[in-house]
Design a protein around this ligand. Structure first.
Ligand SMILES: NC(=O)c1ccc[n+]([C@@H]2O[C@H](COP(=O)([O-])OP(=O)(O)OC[C@H]3O[C@@H](n4cnc5c(N)ncnc54)[C@H](O)[C@@H]3O)[C@@H](O)[C@H]2O)c1
Ligand SMILES: O=C(O)C(=O)C[C@]1(C(=O)O)C=C[C@@H](O)C=C1
Length: 364
């Protein structure tokens, strides 16, 4: 019998996992239910799924895995409904950003021998199936939270499956997961959202803040464009952790304010120096949506053929261009040419070469 995998919710994350399964296990049968009918139609048309279920029904019998990939409160609510389709050996999992709540419900329903929580530490501010891609989970940590009743062989099987899809399994206890993600994911989303709203509420009539906002504001607020429903559910379900973490964070903001109020030069230097060192020490794996890119930026003379000249110089030195285009933003007043390469070595060589040809090259 063919291996079968079920999805309940086929948006950004469900869709990405389904596409990765299609890529690495092309013979697996994939059945999905999503409240959005267009999503199911598109996934069927793209042959990502084999069966579009109109509800959670018999199609979910005999699955090796069932993934719950809707917003977290809905995943928890679906446990009861899905329970009757769990055959022997079926691993029931989810991809939710909060784990304790679903583990509590799993325990209440006696589903501990089937359930292993899952959470890929990758994503995007874009949501929905059309934005999903197999590569999203590639090289990303994928947290697994087993239950007390989880058999070691099932945990090993799920970890191996995650690895086959290109992700890196990490086993954590659900409470610990929620405190960690509360700090590194949920808090940053609340900060980004409230910072964006703070600017909106304090902007001038002419919206000068909105128009002058440059890289700093945009870098720290990308995630404010994320799905409001998803984050509403996360904040409700990880309430205790987030509340405590926010209180602690507000205290560190008060300390930063005190440094500013006191004009404490040494303290302010320390604030930025320690943060810079720690930020620079973050592992630069390619996990997550921000893949490492290798690009050089250079000024070009504003005349016909400017880009062609550069492309010819690079090509004649065997440097393959992955992407090329003019960037117009306030960091580069007149706009610059951004040339992306496939690897660091090519990018470094290109920078030296272009400098030799007297182009002004920027390193970022
Ligand atoms: N977006 C991220 O960065 C990210 C990363 C890791 C984990 N997660 C978690 O993954 C889960 C899904 O998030 P996403 O980013 O894929 O969101 P999404 O909005 O892209 O996808 C959610 C999907 O669930 C469907 N859905 C919503 N309510 C439903 C219901 N009641 N019944 C059936 N289908 C329903 C939607 O139609 C949509 O296709 C969430 O639990 C989230 O916490 C998200
Ligand atoms: O990169 C993003 O856009 C994300 O928000 C991804 C992100 C995160 O906070 O890092 C969001 C929620 C998840 O549960 C895991 C990953």
């Amino acid at each position: 019998m063919k291996d079968k995998v079920g999805f309940i919710g086929l948006g950004l994350i469900g869709g990405s996992i389904a596409k990765a399964i299609r890529q690495y296990h092309p013979t697996y049968e994939i059945v999905a239910f999503d409240k959005n009918k267009e999503t199911l139609a598109l996934a069927t048309q793209e042959s990502v799924i084999d069966v579009a279920a109109t509800t959670i029904d018999d199609n979910f019998r005999n699955c090796s895995y069932i993934f719950l990939c809707a917003p977290v409160s809905y995943n928890t609510a679906y446990l009861k409904q899905v329970a009757k389709y769990l055959g022997k050996g079926c691993i029931l999992t989810d991809v939710g950003s909060v784990k304790t709540n679903i583990h509590n419900e799993v325990a209440a329903l006696g589903l501990g021998s089937h359930f292993i929580g899952g959470h890929p530490m990758a994503g995007s501010e874009k949501s929905g199936y059309p934005n999903s891609k197999a590569m999203l989970i590639e090289n990303a940590y994928f947290v697994l939270t087993p239950c007390a009743e989880t058999k070691q062989e099932n945990l090993d099987r799920y970890a191996a499956f995650v690895q086959q899809l290109g992700a890196i399994p990490v086993i954590l206890e659900a409470h610990q997961h929620d405190y960690i993600t509360g700090t590194i994911s949920h808090l940053p989303h609340i900060i980004a959202a409230s910072l964006v709203n703070f600017v909106r509420d304090n902007d001038t009539k002419e919206e000068l803040m909105k128009n002058l906002a440059a890289g700093g504001f945009k870098d720290i607020t990308r995630i404010a464009s994320s799905s409001p429903t998803m984050w509403q559910h996360i904040c409700v379900k990880n309430k205790e952790n987030i509340s405590q973490i926010l209180a602690n964070y507000i205290e560190t903001l008060q300390q930063a304010k005190a440094l500013v109020d006191q004009g404490d030069e040494q303290g302010l230097y320390q604030l930025f120096d320690t943060s810079r060192n720690y930020r620079n020490s973050l592992p630069s794996t390619s996990a997550g949506p921000i893949k490492k890119t290798f690009a050089v930026y250079c000024d070009i003379i504003d005349e016909a053929g400017g880009i062609a000249t550069i492309a010819t110089i690079l090509a004649s030195n065997n440097l393959n261009i992955k992407n090329i285009g003019i960037v117009h933003n306030r960091e580069f007043e007149e706009g610059v040419l951004r040339i992306e390469f496939y690897d660091e070595n090519s990018s470094n060589k290109a920078a030296l070469l272009l400098q030799k040809y007297r182009y002004i090259v920027y390193e970022r």
